[in-house]
Design a protein around this ligand. Sequence first.
Ligand SMILES: [Zn+2]
Length: 191
Amino acid sequence: MTLLSDILTYNKTFVANKEYEAYTATKVPAKKAVLVTCMDTRLQDLSTKALGFNNGDLKVVKNAGAMITHPYGSTMRSILVGIYALGAEEVIIMGHKDCGMGNIDVDEVMRKMASRGIDARVFELLQYSGIEVANFLKGFEDVYENVRHNIQMIYDHPLFDGNVPVHGLVIDPHTGELDLIHDGYAHLSEQ
Ligand SMILES: [Zn+2]
């Protein structure tokens, strides 16, 4: 048995038993918010349950490190689409303690790529095309700083509606406890 065959077997029963009924929701997030957080396994459910959210409440965007790496990349696009096309009225950026992107060893990742057959010339070719692989893979040193940096990128984005509150949180992946890094309502009232 493979993971894929397990998935497909389980799915037949899931659908036949109408287990999907417990997850009925619409495309519009009931709590009218977009949550950007990390793909960390410990946060798979914890990232919403510890905040009091259920299926259908949010647009959830997950990536390695809850990072907005580029103002015109897919995470920023998801935030903008969430706001302008899918009814989100608030944005929550939530990093977490003990994040894999907080101490990623880029040299080690590149050595593993090489050991799996990625030719060293590929790194050079990419460099000629303006892509520094080490930069592409790099994470952050401080999760709090990373959350603040993400929020500033959103505030500075020319396509972002400055009336939308953006909140910053850091979650403990063991207990779910939150640290408030940035209160989007307070920020708006200071404008
Ligand atoms: Zn993480």
